[in-house]
Design a protein around this ligand. Structure first.
Ligand SMILES: [Zn+2]
Length: 126
């Protein structure tokens, strides 16, 4: 499921959605905040353009809403149900989770967004 060639591989690792052989991002570490959203113009292997049109990645905001909700629900379930904290503490846990995982949420959203429009090409990867 997480092998090269699956969309999950590209989404979780942030690699080129067509060939899966290199990272789309200038800096692999999402917590280098000045580089979190900096992306190469195209893949160095096959010149796959990452921005299909100007402002292409604005659409990933829709995805980031869903991804953020998933992280928030996970934080709530862990803090409220498993750790048995109060609602106020659970709320703080949700806010902290969204702040701490913000860069990861942004990147995951972009990876999901670009993988909606492009798919792995076996012939390119060979
Ligand atoms: Zn590529």
């Amino acid at each position: 499921m997480f092998k090269k060639g699956s969309k999950l591989y590209s989404i979780l690792r942030g690699v080129c959605p067509k060939c899966h052989s290199e990272s789309m991002y200038l800096n692999k570490n999402p917590y280098m905040l000045q580089d979190t959203l900096k992306i190469h113009d195209h893949c160095s292997h096959f010149k796959t353009k990452y921005r299909l049109e100007p402002s292409f990645f604005y659409g990933s905001m829709y995805v980031s809403y869903g991804v953020g909700i998933a992280f928030a629900v996970a934080a709530f379930v862990i803090s409220y149900l498993f750790l048995d904290t109060s609602l106020n503490v659970s709320f703080i846990a949700i806010v902290l989770t969204l702040i701490v995982f913000g860069p990861i949420i942004m990147r995951l959203s972009r990876n999901i967004w670009i993988n909606i429009f492009m798919k792995y090409d076996e012939n390119l990867a060979k």
